[in-house]
Design a protein. Structure first.
Lengths: 114, 112
């Protein structure tokens, strides 16, 4: 596609429910990143994929968070038993995976946990 | 990982040149310096990247002194549409870049 696509753009859920967020990176981009941005704050690194593997999962806030990537393409971020503090914009970015290259971001998924 | 420090906010007027300086005292040899721009309800957008000296593109210029411990993003003749948050990031994409926390960035407000 022309850019990084994320779905849904908005998600409202009830506390305790599971949610799944999707990211479609730019075709050919081997690196994929998930970030979380709370209102008025900077971006918090969550996880990074090189191909289908995630060499570093240390940014995931808790074991309720998980992510996977298949076919070096689409990635899903799953949040189980959502809590109100999970409310934020979840941003996905992709890149070619080479040294020094730039990240291309999607518009994010606004998650609201009631 | 190199930590960056930027002013929290800046104000300017249309047509003026804006310079945003970022400090990164512990930058590593392999680190690049990258600036992103973020508008409300959008993901950050790449502006410019450099390693040393000066880089210029159609949007901005990036000035990096010889010691590379700081960098300055220069936006010539800003317009109202340049009102956004600007993030400075330092890192090497292949090693530490992917773990970077963007920080709070610099909120630029351009007034008429």
């Amino acid at each position: 596609g022309a850019g990084v696509s994320q779905s849904p753009s908005n998600k409202v859920t009830e506390k305790g429910k599971d949610v799944e967020l999707r990211c479609d990176p730019i075709s050919g981009h081997t690196a994929l990143y998930w970030y979380r941005q709370r209102l008025g704050q900077g971006l918090e690194f969550l996880i990074y994929f090189q191909g289908n593997s995630a060499p570093d999962k240390s940014g995931l806030p808790s074991d309720r968070f998980s992510a996977e990537r298949t076919g070096e393409s689409v990635s899903t971020l799953t949040i189980q038993r959502t809590q109100q503090e999970d409310s934020a914009v979840y941003l996905c970015a992709s890149s070619l995976g080479d040294r020094g290259e730039k990240l291309f971001f999607g518009s994010g998924t606004q998650l609201s946990v009631l | 990982l190199a930590k960056t420090t930027q002013p929290i906010s800046m104000d300017s007027y249309e047509g003026q040149e804006v310079n945003i300086t970022c400090s990164h005292n512990n930058i590593a040899t392999n680190d690049y310096i990258t600036w992103y721009q973020q508008f409300p309800s959008q993901g950050p957008r790449f502006i410019i990247q450099g390693y040393k000296t000066k880089v210029t593109n159609e949007v901005a210029s990036l000035f990096i002194p010889a010691d590379r411990k700081s960098s300055t993003l220069s936006l010539p003749r800003v317009s109202l549409s340049d009102t956004a948050v600007y993030y400075c990031l330092v890192g090497d994409t292949l090693t530490g870049f992917q773990k970077l926390v963007f920080g709070t960035g610099t909120r630029l407000l351009v007034s008429p």
